[in-house]
Design a protein around this ligand. Structure first.
Ligand code: PLP
Length: 357
């Protein structure tokens, strides 16, 4: 089967097989990784290797701390303002869809949120040119969502935030292609797409931004505390961390993010080209802002949605139903989705459209 779920998403089969092999007895210890103390030498080695592999894959310098936190990406929506506002009262946010809006709503509890640009007026099909953004005079940071997982709208540029730290929710685009980390103050990504199991969230933060948390910040949300304790202030999500480490090793073996970018570009291009070339299907996003990872599409008639999904299921093409807020279909084609999965989807879509003609 090919699982097109947006998250938790398909993981590389080789990773799952290795996890299965090691499940009951990790390298002769007689224990599952799940049963190990997080302070044991074995687990600390697993955790450190994962961090080093991620640093290598994403090109993360020593100027940045890498944190393996809990609570998913959503908990970062409040963790970020609590830590980064400092003595400033406002923060800049770009609104490109549902995840941006959630981040804005949460930050509004702590700060005056200045929405510098919004794609709402164009129905979230295009990203306003940065020349027209209205940045705040005294913002603590600029937050944006490089890839909107639900709408399938993705930035094809990194915003210039000037002297203000740039903060990015990379949940559904992290590791899909090379990235210049040095342009960012903070990057965060919920793991359940390109990294591993849900619950874990990876935070990459420039070290000079540590130590600015507001007094009322819960200890578990204080980046400085988490960094000082190697992400082990409390018991971390050990098994998720281990699985993320296996995914990073797998990515390195594939040739890293440069190699993934080539494959991802090809997979996305194939699917969009097919959609554009077939009258029965449509994707509303301006081509340059189409997501590489999440491809929403509609059928000519909504009434055919359930029949389409039934036929897809029967072929092992799973979880193609679009998000409940937008309807239609969505194919999430993260790193772990083989190109053959995209080919199988296109074959089915072609056949289904022909049957309706
Ligand atoms: N941000 C983006 C872009 C997402 O796609 C998601 C989840 O799918 C989230 C945030 C929320 O992540 P979590 O469920 O880990 O809190």
């Amino acid at each position: 089967a090919y699982n097109f779920c947006a998250g938790p998403a398909t993981l590389p089969e080789a990773v799952l097989r290795q996890a299965q092999e090691e499940m009951l007895d990790w390298r002769g210890t007689g224990m599952s990784v799940m049963e190990m103390s997080h302070r044991s030498d074995d687990f600390v080695a697993i955790a450190e290797a994962a961090e080093q592999d991620l640093r290598q894959l994403a090109g993360i310098s020593d100027d940045y701390a890498v944190l393996f936190m809990q609570g998913g990406a959503s908990s970062q929506f409040s963790t970020i303002p609590l830590n980064l506002l400092g003595d400033k009262g406002s923060a800049d946010y770009v609104n490109t869809g549902i995840w941006s809006k959630k981040a804005i709503a949460e930050a509004s509890r702590y700060a005056d949120v200045n929405v510098v640009a919004s794609a709402e007026a164009n129905g979230f099909t295009s990203i306003p040119d940065q020349a027209v953004w209205q940045t705040g005079a005294d913002a603590a940071y600029l937050h944006y969502t490089p890839n909107e997982t639900i709408g399938g709208l993705e930035f094809d540029f990194v915003p210039d935030s000037g002297d203000v730290p740039l903060v990015a929710d990379m949940s559904s685009t992290m590791l899909s292609r090379p990235l210049d980390v040095s342009k960012f103050g903070l990057i965060y990504a919920g793991a359940q797409k390109n990294i591993g199991p849900s619950g874990l969230v990876v935070v990459i933060i420039r070290k000079d931004l540590l130590g600015k948390a507001r007094r009322e910040t819960p200890t578990m949300m204080n980046y400085q505390v988490i960094a000082d304790n190697g992400s082990m202030y409390n018991t971390p999500a050990t098994y998720s961390w281990y699985l993320a480490g296996l995914v990073f090793k797998w990515l390195k073996a594939q040739g890293g993010v440069e190699a993934m970018a080539k494959i991802n570009d090809r997979k996305a291009r194939k699917l969009y080209d097919f959609i554009d070339g077939n009258d029965f299907y449509a994707n509303p996003i301006e081509p340059r802002f189409r997501s590489w990872m999440n491809v929403p599409f509609t059928l000519a008639e909504d009434a055919l949605n359930s029949e389409f999904l039934k036929g897809a299921d029967a072929r092992g093409l799973l979880n193609l139903k679009g998000h409940r807020s937008v309807g239609g279909m969505r194919a999430s084609i993260y790193n772990a989705m083989p190109e053959a999965g995209v080919d199988a989807l296109i074959d089915y879509m072609a056949e289904f459209a022909e049957e309706q003609a």
